[in-house]
Write a protein that binds this ligand. Structure first.
Ligand code: ZN
Length: 472
C-alpha cells in the first residue's frame, strides 16, 4: 500500500535541515514516510501528481485556542471597545475583552467554534495543533465535557491534536479603574485540576494516537507556586507535556517579581516547570524591558540548559502594537523556539511572515530571521517542543503528515526559492492538499472530513446569541 507523490518540489529533511529537491518524490506506506528523494523505484499502489506543487511537512501550530477565538473577532483588533486605556496597549484586550467574551459563550457555542477552527487549521496546512483548551471560567463551572466534545471533533476531523484543558487558582479581569483584579476560583482550582488530570490520563492516544493530551495550568499569574509544583509532579507521573501562558504582559512580569522576588524565568525554574517537556506560550515579556538583551546570565542558562521551548505568537504580539525582541536574539542564545497562531487567523504562513518581518523591524536589519530559520520554527521547532522527531519534517520514518502548496499561480511564478515563497508570499489559501497519517483530509482546497457549510452556518447562528451577551 505505497503511495508516491512525484513531480513536486519536495522539502526534504536531510542532515538536520530542510532542503528543497526539485522534481522530487515522497513515498509513504499507510501513516509513515518510507522514502524522500529524487526518485523511487519500489512498487506503488497510488500516485499523487505534485506538478506545480511544493510537497512540505504539515505545520505544527504549537499554541492556539479553538473554542473562544471565533468570538474574539472584532474585539482584539484596534483595541475595539477599550480605546480609553491608551497606556495599556499590551494588555487591555487580554484582561478586559477576553474574560468578557469567554463569559458570553456557552458550551455549545464553544464546540461550534472549535469545529470551524479545526476546519481552518486543516485548510491552511496545520496538521498538528496544540490546543490550550476550554477554560473553567466559562459559565463558571469546571465541567470537562466541552473539552471532550472538542477532542472528539478533532479526532473525527483527522487532525493531529494535542489538547490540554486549562485549570487555575485565580481568574483575572479588569476593573473599571483599569486595575487588574484576581479572584479565586471555587476550590482554588483544585477540583478542576483533578478533572484535567483524569482527562489527560484517559484521552491520550485515542484516534490511532493522533489525539494527545497535556497539562495546561492556565497562566503563570493565575496559578500559585503550589499548583505549579503539583503540575510538575503530575506531569512526571503521567509522562505528559506542560504548556502555560507566561511572558504575556509587563503587568504580569512585575506581578511575579513583586509577589515572589524572582524574575519570570527564575520563578519557572523555582516551581520546577522548566524542562524539555515544557512550553512557554507567548514568552514575549521575560524581562522588564521586553528585550532578551536584558536577560541575566543565570536566566539564559536556566532556559537554555533546561531545553524548554518558547511558543511564539508573532501576529498576536504585533496586533497589540509590539514585537518580540527578538527571535534573532533568542536564536543566538540557543533557546528552543516554535510558533503558534494563538487566535485568528489560524494561518501559519501569516505567522511566519510576521515573525520574519517584525524581527527585521526590531533589529533594523534584513540580515536576520532568514526564511529557512523561520520556516523551521513553524515545522521542526514545534515538533521538537512536543518531543516528536517524527513530525514537522519529511524523511523516512516520519509521519505522513504532508501538505501540497500550489505554485502554478500568478502570484507564485516564478519560484526561485521555495522557502522565500512560503514565508514571504504564500498564504493558507495556497494549500491544495493535506494528508495526516497518510489520509487525505483536504483535497483541491476542500476539507473532506468536516461539513464546512454546515459548520459555518451553525457558528453564525450561535454568534447571534453570543455577541449581545458581550459586555466590555
Ligand atoms: Zn494563548
Amino acid at each position: 500500500m505505497t503511495t508516491l507523490i512525484r513531480n513536486a518540489t519536495v522539502i526534504a529533511w536531510q542532515d538536520g535541515q530542510h532542503v528543497a529537491i526539485e522534481n522530487g518524490v515522497v513515498a509513504f506506506d499507510k501513516d509513515r514516510i518510507i522514502h524522500v528523494g529524487e526518485s523511487y523505484d519500489g512498487p506503488v499502489t497510488d500516485i499523487i501528481d505534485g506538478t506545480g506543487r511544493i510537497a512540505a511537512p504539515g505545520f505544527v501550530n504549537a499554541h492556539l485556542h479553538l473554542t473562544d477565538t471565533p468570538f474574539t473577532k472584532g474585539y482584539l483588533e484596534d483595541n475595539v471597545g477599550v480605546i480609553d486605556r491608551p497606556n495599556q496597549e499590551y494588555s487591555a484586550n487580554l484582561y478586559r475583552a477576553l474574560p468578557a467574551i469567554r463569559n458570553a459563550t456557552d458550551p455549545d457555542a464553544q464546540v461550534a467554534a472549535a469545529v470551524c477552527a479545526i476546519a481552518e487549521c486543516l485548510r491552511t496546512g496545520s496538521t498538528t495543533i496544540m490546543e490550550m483548551a476550554y477554560d473553567e471560567e466559562i459559565m463558571g463551572g469546571g465541567d470537562i465535557e466541552p473539552v471532550e466534545r472538542v477532542a472528539l471533533a478533532a479526532g473525527e476531523a483527522g487532525i493531529r491534536c494535542y489538547t490540554g484543558p486549562r485549570y487555575r487558582k485565580y481568574f483575572y479581569h479588569e476593573q473599571p479603574n483599569g486595575q487588574i483584579r484576581y479572584d479565586h476560583n471555587p476550590s482554588d482550582g483544585r477540583d478542576r485540576f483533578e478533572l484535567c488530570k483524569k482527562f489527560v490520563r484517559t484521552w491520550d492516544g485515542r484516534f490511532e494516537g493522533r489525539l494527545k493530551t497535556f497539562l495546561a495550568p492556565g497562566q503563570i499569574d493565575t496559578c500559585d507556586p503550589d499548583l505549579l509544583r503539583e503540575t510538575r509532579k503530575a506531569a512526571d507521573e503521567i509522562g505528559c507535556l506542560i504548556h502555560l501562558h507566561a511572558g504575556q504582559s509587563i503587568q504580569e512580569y512585575r506581578l511575579i517579581k513583586q509577589s515572589h522576588r524572582l524574575t519570570t524565568i527564575e520563578y519557572l525554574a523555582d516551581t520546577g516547570l522548566l524542562g524539555p517537556d515544557f512550553l512557554i506560550g507567548h514568552g514575549q515579556w521575560l524581562t522588564e524591558t521586553g528585550s532578551a538583551n536584558d536577560l541575566k546570565s543565570n536566566e539564559i542558562e536556566l532556559l537554555r540548559s533546561s531545553e524548554s521551548s518558547i511558543a511564539h505568537l508573532p501576529w498576536c504580539k504585533v496586533r497589540r502594537g509590539g514585537a518580540i525582541d527578538s527571535i534573532e536574539k533568542y536564536r543566538k542564545l540557543q533557546f528552543r523556539q516554535c510558533m503558534g497562531t494563538d487566535t485568528f487567523p489560524y494561518d501559519m504562513f501569516n505567522e511566519m511572515r510576521i515573525a520574519a518581518v517584525s524581527c527585521k523591524l526590531v533589529e533594523k536589519s534584513a540580515n536576520v530571521a532568514f526564511a529557512p530559520f523561520v520556516y523551521s520554527m513553524a515545522t521542526v521547532g514545534g515538533a521538537d517542543a512536543l518531543g516528536r522527531q517524527d513530525l514537522g519534517r519529511l524523511s523516512a520514518g516520519a509521519k505522513a503528515d504532508i501538505i501540497l502548496i500550489r505554485t502554478d499561480t500568478p502570484k507564485a511564478t516564478p519560484v526561485y526559492d521555495p522557502f522565500l515563497f512560503m514565508v514571504y508570499t504564500a498564504t493558507g489559501d495556497d494549500v491544495d492538499t493535506v494528508l495526516v497519517d497518510g489520509r487525505t483530509v483536504v483535497k483541491g482546497g476542500e476539507v473532506l472530513t468536516i461539513n464546512v457549510p454546515s459548520a459555518v452556518s451553525k457558528l453564525n447562528e450561535v454568534a447571534k446569541r453570543v455577541r449581545p451577551r458581550i459586555v466590555l
